[in-house]
Design a protein around this ligand. Structure first.
Ligand code: KG4
Ligand code: ZN
Length: 348
């Protein structure tokens, strides 16, 4: 049995109220209440709606997680919470709940970075992280390449998107195709019926000139515009829009750039392990392409299962447990919710 620390983690940076419980690197419970349906008709997350939903879901989700794990709150060794980055009002609900729990139980509190938590969660599935590991984090709010020496202290950004996040591009293109929000899973599904070489779409920041300044950065807004133009032209001509082909060609363009740049960064940094995390890591084509191209150049690819890639509390608990295991100093009880917390700030 895992004899690591028992940690409860709370995640409220966006529209998922997540409460996870881990013992060391063993997952005991991962309760998630999502307000995604309440945002669907707006085509994006409405911050005030998300905050209110977190408030309503917090206590029942904590109770559900404790029930699944078969523990009482006072059993935990520490409480961890996402301190940022994310929606300010949403983060505040989680941080306030975590402070109340930590104070009420007399347990240490760890305010952690959401992005580092997306990296740490893989320990629950594939065991201790290789050090260093190259992390490709792709979600609705972020797309970055990170060199991670020690997930509790050393996260070094190599590149990031200069415009839209990868998930944002998936959501915008899905909307264009009349698919529901959030669009990623719908594009993924539609793409299975489509031809990925049907439409020639641009690969952002891959020209020789762009690579000089933006070797490890991403850009998806040109791709999104190219898809919009193609769809408009098709509609003007009165022909039906082949949703599967558009989805497959778009998905191929995004994955191609993500995998190409990640493997280039791995070679540049001399790193042999690539970890892909964040909601877009749930994408089936991204997983398959990374594994296929990675194996050709000797890079091992680790991707958590889809349920651990999208936002959840287990990832926060996983990072919290690592903080405890490595003897890091807990956060102060006046810990802030920081909507623009930089990725280099792993513990607040
Ligand atoms: O990590 P996450 O749950 O929340 C953020 O921190 O942003 O990521 C959500 C994003 C959304 O943009 C959603 O469309 C995308 O992840 N996503 C996917 C898939 N599943 C979720 N994108 C592509 N393919 C998927 N299967
Ligand atoms: Zn996330």
């Amino acid at each position: 049995m895992d004899d690591g620390p028992l940690v409860l983690g709370i995640e409220t940076s966006c529209d998922e109220t997540g409460v996870g419980i881990v013992r060391g690197t063993t997952l005991l419970a991962d309760a998630v209440a999502s307000s995604v349906d309440e945002h669907a008709r707006f085509g994006g997350v409405v911050p005030e709606v998300a905050s209110r939903a977190h408030l309503e879901a917090m206590v029942p989700t904590i109770e559900r997680a404790c029930g699944t794990a078969g523990i009482a709150p006072y059993d935990v060794d520490a409480v961890a919470v996402t301190s940022g980055p994310g929606l300010a009002g949403a983060l505040l609900v989680g941080v306030a709940a975590a402070k109340a729990l930590a104070i009420g139980l007399g347990k240490p509190l760890y305010g952690v970075n959401h992005l580092a938590a997306h990296v740490a969660v893989d320990q629950l599935e594939h065991g201790p992280l290789p050090e260093p590991v190259l992390a490709l984090l792709v979600s609705g709010g972020h797309s970055s390449l990170l060199r991670v020496e020690d997930v509790t202290t050393g996260v070094d950004p190599l590149g990031a998107t200069i415009d839209d996040a990868a998930g944002e591009a998936f959501d915008k293109v899905a909307r264009l195709l009349g698919l529901p929000f959030p669009g990623g899973p719908h594009i993924d599904r539609a793409a299975r019926e489509g031809d990925r070489v049907a439409i020639d779409l641009p690969r952002g920041l891959t020209s020789r000139r762009d690579l000089e300044r933006h070797r490890f950065d991403f850009s998806f807004s040109g791709l999104k515009t190219a898809v919009a133009r193609w769809v408009e032209a098709r509609e003007r001509s009165g022909e039906p829009v082949p949703v599967g082909d558009v989805a497959a060609s778009f998905q191929e363009a995004v994955c191609d750039v993500l995998v190409r740049k990640a493997l280039d960064a791995a070679a540049d940094q001399g790193i042999e392990d690539l970890l892909i995390g964040g909601g877009v890591a749930a994408n089936s084509r991204l997983r398959a392409m990374a594994e296929e191209r990675g194996s050709k150049v000797g890079v091992r690819v680790r991707v958590p299962r889809p349920g651990l890639c999208t936002d959840n509390g287990a990832m926060v608990a996983a990072l919290g447990a690592e903080m405890v295991a490595r003897g890091r100093t807990p956060s102060a009880l006046d810990l802030p919710a920081d909507s623009s917390l930089p990725v280099t700030s792993v513990l607040v």
